[in-house]
Design a protein around this ligand. Structure first.
Ligand SMILES: Nc1ncnc2c1ncn2[C@@H]1O[C@H](COP(=O)(O)OP(=O)(O)O)[C@@H](O)[C@H]1O
Ligand SMILES: NC(=O)OP(=O)(O)O
Length: 311
């Protein structure tokens, strides 16, 4: 089987954790331990988040006295691909001796007129109190929004249209290489008026890019791996209940929060609608069980359940 996995930012740096390199490296190694059995049995393409890390590097850049202007978000996105990609590459090579692994810098094409540029929604960096967030909004010109009971910086998150290096990724996957790609959804780029690629100030949602990659690479399954066992109905209320199996239609008739579960649900629903294949959302340490349909929220085109034995 060919499997595309989107690895949640939570797997790399949990809420409240300091962005220490060793800590993140250890988190990546733990994530890879869960993913290794998947890679042993299947063709595997891994994307990863970068929201917390983009915020850390952006803040460093803003406060660097040697810089006349901070690094732009596309450049910082590429930095995070290099940093997290390196940690993933090394952990995968250590876990899968003899297997070829590659970690790529990728660009993802977006529309220059995507309405997301006028309405920033993507949370980056650490959480702040409301007062701290207001202070930084004034000082740095940030847009800030509530994230649960805290506040965070938000940046535009345009929809991915095409991973520029898709053909190369496909070629590598066909050779059995484990491919880490489109980290942070890919570095956001547009084509300018003379057809040249140019970076833009944004952070793409990695789940949406992974959904697109799953489709164009003809993946048999698309897994979003995060820190909750299943998508829940009435999340955070006494009526909360886990969704074991669902369809895109059912998911689209429920409400999920924009900054967290909303894009994940949109990403899996879109993949299943466009491909007719299976997608799922669940916990990283259950990825094998999820693929077997025994854990996570499984999304299939219709209510047929359980899945066929081909999984
Ligand atoms: N309906 C829901 N069901 C499950 N989790 C939800 C729901 N709504 C919001 N969440 C939150 O979404 C979080 C996962 O999204 P996010 O933090 O963006 O993940 P990641 O960083 O792993 O990609 C969970 O930790 C949970 O707090
Ligand atoms: N780019 C992105 O989607 O990052 P997170 O998953 O860390 O929010």
């Amino acid at each position: 089987m060919r499997v595309v996995v989107a690895l949640g930012g939570n797997a790399l740096m949990q809420r409240g954790q300091k962005p220490d390199a060793e800590l993140q490296r250890a988190n990546v190694a733990a994530a890879v331990k869960s993913l290794a059995p998947l890679a042993e049995r299947h063709e595997l393409i891994i994307t990863h988040g970068n929201g917390p890390q983009v915020g850390v590097l952006a803040l460093e850049s803003i406060n660097d006295p040697n810089l006349e202007r901070p690094y732009p978000l596309d450049t910082i996105g590429a930095e995070t691909q290099g940093m997290i990609g390196y940690w993933m590459l090394q952990a995968l090579q250590n876990a899968l001796p003899g297997r070829q692994v590659v970690s790529m810098i990728n660009q993802t094409l977006v529309s220059a007129v995507d309405p997301a540029f006028q309405n920033p929604t993507k949370f980056v960096g650490q959480v702040y109190t409301e007062d701290e967030a207001a202070k930084y909004a004034k000082e740095y010109g940030w847009t800030v929004k509530p994230d649960g009971d805290m506040w965070r910086r938000v940046v535009p998150s345009p929809l991915p249209q095409r991973v520029i290096e898709t053909r190369l990724i496909r070629t590598l996957v066909r050779t059995g290489t484990v491919v880490v790609c489109a980290g942070g959804g890919g570095v956001p780029v547009v084509r300018n008026d003379v057809g040249q690629l140019e970076g833009v100030e944004a952070v793409i949602d990695k789940d949406m890019t992974a959904s697109l990659l799953g489709e164009v690479l003809e993946a048999d399954a698309f897994l979003i791996l995060t820190d909750v066992p299943r998508v829940m109905r009435n999340y955070g209320t006494p009526a909360q209940e886990e969704i074991e199996h669902t369809t895109p239609w059912e998911l689209r008739n429920e409400d999920f929060p924009a900054g967290s579960m909303g894009p994940k649900v949109e990403a899996v629903a879109g993949f299943v609608e466009r491909t007719g294949d299976m997608a799922a959302i669940g916990r990283l340490d259950q990825c094998m069980e999820i693929l077997e349909g025994k854990a996570g929220t499984i999304v299939t085109p219709n209510a047929t359940w359980p899945l066929s034995s081909t999984l």
